[in-house]
Design a protein around this ligand. Structure first.
Ligand SMILES: Nc1ncnc2c1ncn2[C@@H]1O[C@H](COP(=O)(O)OP(=O)(O)OP(=O)(O)O)[C@@H](O)[C@H]1O
Ligand SMILES: [Mg+2]
Length: 291
């Protein structure tokens, strides 16, 4: 664990005019969530979520459709206000210091944010300028190279494959060097090859020390990428731990079946049951563009 920032001692007191003019909460986690609640009308989506993401870790937030994964990530990214509870990113409180939170994190949403009319390079330039990068062209070119998009950089993003578009989307989120990134279903809708490309990208980010909180419904994705896995169900985190820890929740395999370890899918279904699917009703965003 590392302290949330090298530029000063943290305080859990309100400190107007302090470092960054904001308020930092004590704690070693890069992302810390306590008692977050959120309802849409009468529907309580988050009912007291507690979650920590250690700096430099990849944590997968698993949950069925409508479990509230996007809602939680949008609260962490300061796009949505919680009804109750607190959350911080690198010590910055999402409600009190949204500008500081936005400075240190990025969100790559469930639906690609790339402009299809612009080229890949133009998309990157646009974000680099918005982020007040001093040398936007250099930033754009470096990211194109890093994400194996140099050749495609001059082509309209609308002509990209799903995997290329997703890589571009993630690249756009890295402008400004966020230390914490939120990836909302980074591989949904991608074919296996593109999915592996995006997985490799996420692994490389984690090796570079970036803290990653990703949401997924894909159990294999969580197994492959995550240091820890948290399962969101009926508004709370019902279990979390390493894959090995989660596997231990099920009875040990008997001697004669020792080769068949429970998969994460076995654990997930045992915990969630087959009632996991939430209402597909109003507001479910899996079929259309995000607002
Ligand atoms: N703006 C909104 N207004 C009303 N209800 C909403 C709104 N946004 C989300 N919901 C509802 O909140 C619940 C949680 O939605 P959310 O998008 O957070 O789930 P999710 O876990 O990300 O699902 P998915 O796996 O389909 O992306 C769903 O029942 C959804 O219909
Ligand atoms: Mg979602």
């Amino acid at each position: 664990m590392q302290p949330p920032g090298a530029d000063g001692i943290m305080s859990d007191r309100a400190a107007p005019g302090g470092v960054g003019g904001g308020t930092r909460a004590a704690g070693g986690a890069a992302v810390s969530v306590r008692g977050i609640e959120k309802s849409y009308g009468a529907v309580a989506v988050l009912r007291g979520v507690d979650l920590d993401v250690e700096a430099g870790h990849v944590v997968a937030l698993l949950g069925s459709n409508g479990a509230g994964k996007t809602t939680l990530v949008r609260i962490l990214a300061t796009l949505l206000r919680a009804d109750a509870g607190t959350a911080s990113v690198l010590g910055w409180d999402v409600a009190r210091d949204p500008a500081e939170v936005r400075r240190v994190m990025s969100l790559t949403g469930q639906f690609a944010a790339v402009d299809e009319v612009l080229t890949g390079r133009e998309n990157l330039l646009l974000v680099a300028r918005l982020r007040h990068e001093r040398e936007p062209a250099a930033v754009a070119d470096a990211l194109l190279a890093r994400f194996a998009l140099t050749e495609a950089g001059g082509r309209r993003a609308g002509s990209y494959s799903g995997g290329m578009r997703r890589r571009l989307d993630i690249a756009m989120g890295l402008i400004g060097d966020p230390r914490v990134i939120f990836l909302d279903e980074p591989t949904t809708g991608l074919d296996p090859q593109s999915r592996i490309e995006v997985w490799d990208t996420i692994v490389a980010l984690a090796r570079g020390g970036v803290t990653v909180l990703l949401t997924t419904q894909m159990l294999e994705e969580a197994e492959r990428l995550a240091d820890r896995i948290a399962i969101l169900h009926r508004g709370t985190i019902i279990q979390q731990g390493t894959l090995a820890e989660l596997r231990q929740l099920l009875p040990a395999a008997r001697v004669e079946v020792v080769e068949k370890q429970p998969s994460l899918e076995d654990v997930f279904l045992a915990l969630v049951g087959d009632d996991g699917a939430d209402d597909e009703g109003a507001g479910a965003d899996s079929s259309g563009k995000a607002a």
